[in-house]
Design a protein. Structure first.
Length: 536
């Protein structure tokens, strides 16, 4: 007999619920408070309400994925209308034994250690979430791209009748990451499992779920030629290549570049090529790529020439509709830094390893003031997710540009589709109370913290440093600290101000002026935004 469960949200403890206790197919799902309470200590496990009870069962079509079935109705959780669009509602529907991709689910553990899981549809890479992060009873359930931070409304845990956490989802295994979190130009390398095999197709889609804002940046697909002979292999002169998109001056353009390998110059070898930009594919305003934008970059390969990588194409969509002007930008014909140019196909190579990063523009670094989204790679053959940051090739794969962008962990193994969240934290102080407990959100999860605090009053002028008792940030990036004046004679007055900065181990900081310590009011800055909290 399978285990009967409730599926509880990390946001507020509400559970997955069939609306209005309906027994009709195609009824929507929502998040609703549990209809039963915790049994008394040692008491009989509680039977759950019928419309809040679920079983996790193997895919009837025989894949490695799962269905989530309501035992009372026999229906399972289903993406409405088999839609592959973000924001689509969830309903319950008849279990299908074939052509059931919209009914299949994987359980991806929270990389930050909350013990909960993302419930991810393998076809789209989207996860089950409470729409708009609502805490209201009856809030709709939808699928959307997985968020790297601020994602409690996308995390779920299993609850048995005893309300103990003894049963866990059949979770996937995450590919490991180095001790320093993936970010900037440190990213997974995607390898052909056998380096005698060349990559034949590679498309990467960027779904922006929070406005991506920076003065300039680039999306880079960095590649190595296959290295079948190991560290001493130099089969092709073009051992390192770079394809991608640049945002500068509110314009999106494509670029590419190739360098020779670590071998002596061959006669007539013209590489490295000059990085030149394509015509504009899209224009933006205020250095902002809005939420709802999708950027699709595809590498071009010549199948008749050993799948040599010859260029990149790009297109932009806004809320599903194409915008701007699609472009194709070939490496062939680019000017070079050495005699023998322009670049010919014979100067190029196939690819055996790739890494996708969001960094500064060529020869520069950048700071994003906001941004979050997903990177979805579709490839042939299936590529292996590796934490080997430089890949197998002696030329290496890392780029020199950097940013403050981070990348999430993904499933371990080899896949034709790999979905990875990316984003930047949004640190902010959210409240202050008493004398004085300060709380906030948006720092890097599970990080050690440092803090600096100063007290002051204008008339009479007083100032002193603050003692700060600080705790590590939680798995959701929230934090708290207790601040007291070092000077025991400091007098709390209505015009007293506490200035505090809390910084995580990766350098992200939340800052605030907290005025009127007898009735705290917080001015918190996060990026370029200013927000008031508390009582004026």
């Amino acid at each position: 007999m399978s285990t009967h469960l409730m599926i509880k949200s990390n946001l507020n403890g509400n559970v997955i619920d069939i609306e209005r206790n309906s027994s009709q197919a195609a009824t929507n799902l929502d998040a609703f408070p549990p209809k039963v309470s915790t049994p008394t200590l040692g008491g009989t496990p509680t039977p759950f309400a019928g419309n809040q009870t679920w079983e996790v069962l193997p895919d009837p079509a025989g894949s490695s994925h799962y269905i989530i079935k309501n035992p009372g109705t026999g229906y399972c959780i289903d993406i409405k209308g088999a839609s592959q669009s973000p924001g689509t509602a969830l309903d319950v529907f008849n279990v299908r034994s074939s052509d059931n991709q919209n009914q299949l689910w994987d359980f991806l553990p929270d990389p930050f250690g909350s013990g909960s899981c993302f419930v991810q549809n393998p076809q789209t890479g989207y996860v089950i979430e409470i729409a708009n992060g609502s805490s209201a009873a009856g809030a709709a359930l939808v699928v959307n791209p997985r968020r790297l931070f601020a994602n409690n409304h996308q995390l779920w845990s299993a609850v048995q009748g005893s309300f103990l956490s003894a049963w866990t989802f059949p979770s996937l295994t995450l590919a490991p990451q180095p001790a320093i979190p993936f970010g900037s130009n440190n990213q997974y390398v995607l390898l052909t499992p056998n380096q005698t095999t060349n990559i034949q197709s590679f498309t990467v889609t960027f779904d922006i779920v929070e406005d991506l804002v920076a003065s300039s940046f680039s999306i880079q697909i960095n590649g190595n030629a296959p290295s079948p002979g190991g560290v001493n292999d130099n089969q092709w002169f073009a051992q390192w290549s770079q394809f991608g998109l640049i945002m500068q001056n509110n314009s999106l353009v494509l670029f590419n570049q190739a360098w020779r390998g670590n071998v002596p110059d061959a006669p007539g070898d013209p590489l490295a090529s000059v990085a030149t930009a394509s015509p504009q594919i899209f224009s933006i305003q205020n250095n902002t790529i809005p939420a709802g934008t999708q950027i699709v970059l595809s590498l071009t390969f010549d199948s008749s020439h050993d799948n040599f990588a010859t260029g990149v194409s790009g297109q932009v969509f806004s809320n599903g509709a194409p915008v701007g002007t699609p472009q194709n930008w070939p490496l062939i014909g680019r000017q070079t830094f050495h005699p023998g140019g322009p670049v010919q196909e014979s100067d190029l190579s196939p690819l055996g390893a790739l890494s996708v990063v969001v960094v500064g523009p060529p020869s520069g670094n950048t700071i994003f003031t906001s941004g979050m989204g997903t990177i979805t790679v579709k490839c042939n053959p299936a590529l292996t997710v590796s934490s080997q940051l430089n890949g197998p090739n002696p030329k290496g794969i890392q780029t020199g540009e950097e940013s403050n962008c981070y990348y999430g962990q993904v499933q371990q193994g080899s896949f034709n589709r790999i979905v990875q969240p990316f984003g930047v934290p949004s640190p902010k102080i959210t409240s202050a109370s008493g004398n004085t407990t300060v709380t906030g959100t948006g720092l890097y999860p599970n990080s050690s913290l440092t803090a600096k605090a100063d007290y002051s009053t204008p008339v009479p002028a007083q100032a002193c440093l603050g003692n700060v008792e600080i705790f590590p940030s939680h798995a959701d990036g929230s934090f708290s600290c207790i601040v007291t004046p070092q000077d025991p004679n400091f007098v709390y007055k209505p015009d007293a101000t506490l200035t505090i900065t809390v910084t995580d181990s990766l350098g992200n900081s939340a800052w605030a002026n907290i005025i009127n310590l007898q009735n705290p009011r917080v001015l918190s800055t996060a990026g370029s935004q200013s927000t008031y909290f508390g009582t004026p």
